[in-house]
Design a protein around this ligand. Structure first.
Ligand code: SF4
Length: 224
């Protein structure tokens, strides 16, 4: 099964509990103003397969506390998402949870999710809305809802549904790869601009994939 992939990283500590293996799908048509992942919007990039993704993640799964799937918009590659979830559920440790982000409202994807009973433990739905507040843990904006879909999801995440962001350390994961720095996590509004400003003060130029303009589509993150 073909899958358009942005990237894979391990360990990611900022998008769910513990040290996680994370998958970013490539392609998102939702275009939320203020999205920090504009580089994942473009379609037709990052062509690979679910099998190749599983092979790359294999060494991580035994030591991961969970798997996070984000994007991009995973539900815009729904068959690839389904197959990936099936493989992950079969391979991941029983104690590993699977958390999926979607920018679609829950009401639009609930029917599909219901057909995947047991494959997703936790789903965070709804688009990023700039100005809606950023007080809740693991959510980019406070309109985003966390759905606990399995007993494992309930047992691990029930206490976090309304937990304030301040309950966890303020952290972003950074990954260095071929002259680029990739970020995982949810920056507060304005924090990327602050980082750019500090870097500029230190004599470095920096560009981010944050923005709300179509002409930013495809800009590679984060600092060059
Ligand atoms: S925030 Fe998520 S759903 Fe919204 S445009 Fe960015 S990648 Fe797409």
């Amino acid at each position: 099964m073909q899958l358009n992939l942005s990237r894979l990283h391990f360990p990611v500590t900022t998008l769910g509990l513990g040290r996680r293996a994370a998958v970013w799908f490539q392609g998102c048509s939702l275009r939320c103003p203020g999205c920090v992942s504009v580089d994942t919007w473009a379609t037709g990039r990052g062509a690979t397969t679910v099998d190749a993704v599983m092979e790359a993640m294999e060494p991580w799964l035994a030591k991961a506390d969970g798997v996070t799937i984000s994007g991009g918009e995973p539900f815009e590659q729904v068959r690839a998402l389904e197959e990936l979830l099936q493989h992950l559920r079969a391979k991941a440790q029983l104690t590993s949870d699977i958390l999926v982000y979607s920018g679609y409202p829950w009401e639009q994807i609930a029917h599909q999710v219901a057909q995947w009973s047991g494959l997703i433990d936790v789903l965070i739905s709804d688009p990023f809305v700039r100005g809606a507040g950023q007080t809740l843990v693991w959510r980019g904006s406070d309109n985003q809802r966390m759905h606990l879909l399995t007993p494992l999801g309930q047992s691990r995440y029930a206490e976090w549904i309304k937990a304030p962001k301040a309950a966890l350390p303020k952290v972003l994961d950074l990954f260095f790869h071929e002259g680029e720095v990739w970020m995982a996590g949810i920056p507060s509004e304005g924090s990327l601009e602050a980082i750019q400003s500090h870097l500029a003060d230190a004599g470095f130029s920096a560009a981010t994939s944050q923005g709300d303009c179509a002409d930013r589509n495809g800009v590679l993150p984060i600092f060059t």
